[in-house]
Design a protein around this ligand. Sequence first.
Ligand SMILES: Nc1ncnc2c1ncn2[C@@H]1O[C@H](COP(=O)(O)OP(=O)(O)OP(=O)(O)O)[C@@H](O)[C@H]1O
Ligand SMILES: [Mg+2]
Length: 316
Amino acid sequence: MKTDHNQRLGFGRYSKTAHGREGPHRTRRKDRRISEITVTTAKSQLMSTGEIIEVLAVIGGGKEATVLLAKNHEDELVCAKVFRFFTSTIKKRLRGTIHITASDMANLVAKQEYWNLYEMQKFVNVPKPRLLVDNIVIMDFIPEEEGSTKPAPLLREVDLGNFDPEELFYESIDLLAELFLKGYFIHGDYSEHNLMLTREGFLITMDVSQSVQYNTKTFITTPIRIRIDNAVELLRTDIENINQFFKRIYRIAIESEEVIEEIINELPLKLRNFLFQRTMEIYPSELYSPEIMVGKEKWRDEIIYHRTGTRRQQPK
Ligand SMILES: Nc1ncnc2c1ncn2[C@@H]1O[C@H](COP(=O)(O)OP(=O)(O)OP(=O)(O)O)[C@@H](O)[C@H]1O
Ligand SMILES: [Mg+2]
């Protein structure tokens, strides 16, 4: 089986947003029940680090991790994300990759989350990472309001009565653009489920273990960075995810392609030239006549599908 970096990170054909899956978050949230055993294991793993004096609550849990609210030795509230050793996602990620044990895999994903947060905090609002111990990332807890033990609401939970949805929408796009242009990052799972909104109106993104950077110096995919044209495709999915949310709930939408174009225009010339060259390879200049431009989108999707086996998520 062909393997590559993206697949190892979960972006490839097994990713949540891969072709053939239902909408990325449609079935994920509804019957989320975190088993007792999972929580007990996570708690004891966290306690055994010696960094925590008390676990106060379970604040989240998806397929990959259990998120706990805890108190550290300085009596501060912290958030601990304990990555699970063996989950279906991890099992799938393991398929076709180099042999790695389940605990090593959890450690690796935790490491990615930690270092991605570490880098991203330089450019955008993310919970500040504090410590990485094996499969556990300890980070700042983002409360609903100061002193509260309730986490800040997710974008999907917020009653936007007090906020201007349009402004938030642009801010969420700005956040992606900053990450992309300044940090060379693609979030990779950007949506209303992974954005928190503080009472002061700050958007904070988290859940970044799958995030990845692109190469700015060479135009190939290397073990730790992907190629710029692949990065643009992933950025498109992120933009479309958030676009869908605002369209569905607030009936506001933007033209993803226009945003992408604007972002690309801000890239260094070298990268822009490379992207332009790639585009010309995909649709040669003689096909750029106005009549054909109408079908361009669809046609290009077909070519991308033919080459990569993945289909771009269609906006609803
Ligand atoms: N630093 C934090 N401060 C406060 N709450 C947090 C923090 N990090 C995560 N949470 C809460 O925990 C939930 C799960 O976190 P996260 O998305 O990182 O984990 P996950 O395992 O990927 O979960 P899911 O699969 O549900 O997305 C979030 O939706 C958020 O409500
Ligand atoms: Mg999440």
